[in-house]
Structure formats: C-alpha cells, structure tokens
Design a binder for this molecule. Structure first.
Ligand code: GRF
Length: 190
C-alpha cells in the first residue's frame, strides 16, 4: 500500500487530526501525516502532534504584511514534504487563491453541517434555532467560495427536541471522526 504524504492544518483542539493520525497507523490506509501546520501556536492539537512525533509548524499571521505573503511562506515551508493532500481540520483562517492555486484540488475541509446548508460559523446554534430534525457533517474540496467546494462525503445525525448545542456538537463530531479518514482514503485512491 502506497502511503501518500498528507498535511493537516489546525487552529485548535485537533480531534479530527487525531482521528486521521489513528487511521494512518493502519497498514492498509493510503496516507501518512507528514506535517501538521497551525496558525495558532497555542492550539491544543499541537501537543498531540508533538506527543506523536509528528513534524509541526506554526506561523503567526500577524508577522506578515498580508495573506499573500503569509501563504507564500507556508508554501515554501511545506515544499520539502511534497504533499499530495492538505486536510483542513478546524483551521480557522480562510485560504486565499495563493494557497488554493498552488494545491489545485488538493485541499479538503470538514464542516459541521450538511452543506450547502449552514455554511460558516455557529452551525449548531443555527440548526437548533431553525428546529431542524437532522444535521451532520461534510467533507468537501476547498475552492474560492467559503464552504462551497465539491462535496466528497456527508453523514447525518438526528436532532431531537432535547438537543443542545453541546449535544449536537458531540453527535456530529463523532461522525466527523468517521468520515474524515474515509474521505481522505477516497480522494487518494480514486
Ligand atoms: C470541527 O467541528 C470541524 O468540523 C470544524 O472545526 C471543528 C474542529 O474540531 N471545521 P477539532 O479541532 O478537529 O477537534
């Protein structure tokens, strides 16, 4: 089994990072996490990366003049890893066409809603406000439209009247941890 080199971008907790790293430990899984990138040096997910001896890079956006220069630096730092796929996993910075253009069709993201519904932030809150009976998560390609790229995989969860933002988030996250590794496998082996 060829282990394709992938990179994971995070800004926070890193539970999706963990689910991907766990999948990569399987002999038959077609990917290996070569690098973890974070825009936030305090991201808890970075501790997980270090504990698991993963290469981790952090870069503070505020030290750069603009997004273009920031992403140019990211591109140069990632070059040695020859990444075939970049997986955004709770990466809270919108990418510009600089990075997207450098990795055409090679950047994917996970979003905690059934896209195209509920793009953007605070998805669970909006789902509950609208009395939805189901929600879920989506892995999709990243393009110039926020949360608007081609859908790769989705998974649904049911919402009941007793649900809160916390309970919905928990249910959805459980599904995220299943579909993200599945979607990566799909993309790399198609
Ligand atoms: C997840 O809910 C994901 O869908 C969203 O950000 C959250 C990241 O969680 N894009 P984690 O850092 O992977 O735990």
């Amino acid at each position: 089994m060829i282990k394709h080199p992938i990179g994971i971008f995070i800004s926070g907790r890193g539970s999706n990072l963990k689910s991907i790293v766990d999948a990569c430990k399987e002999k038959e899984y077609p990917a290996e996490v070569k690098v973890v990138f974070s825009n936030n040096k305090n991201a808890p997910g970075l501790s997980f990366a270090k504990e698991n001896n993963l290469e981790a890079i952090t870069l503070d956006y505020h030290k750069f003049k603009n997004t273009e220069e920031y992403e140019e630096k990211i591109i140069s730092l990632l070059k040695p890893f020859d990444l075939e796929l970049i997986c955004l996993a709770g990466y809270m910075k919108i990418l510009s066409k600089k990075l997207i253009g450098h990795y055409p069709n090679k950047i994917i993201n996970i979003h905690p809603s059934l896209l195209p519904k509920y793009k953007g932030l605070n998805t669970h809150q909006r789902v509950l406000e609208n009395n939805e009976t189901k929600s879920g998560c989506t892995v999709h390609y990243v393009n110039h439209e926020m949360d608007g790229g081609k859908i790769i995989l989705q998974r649904e969860v049911e919402i009941s009247a007793e649900d809160t933002e916390t309970s919905v988030s928990k249910k959805v996250l459980k599904e995220e941890h299943i579909i993200y590794p599945e979607a990566i496998k799909l993309v790399l082996t198609k």
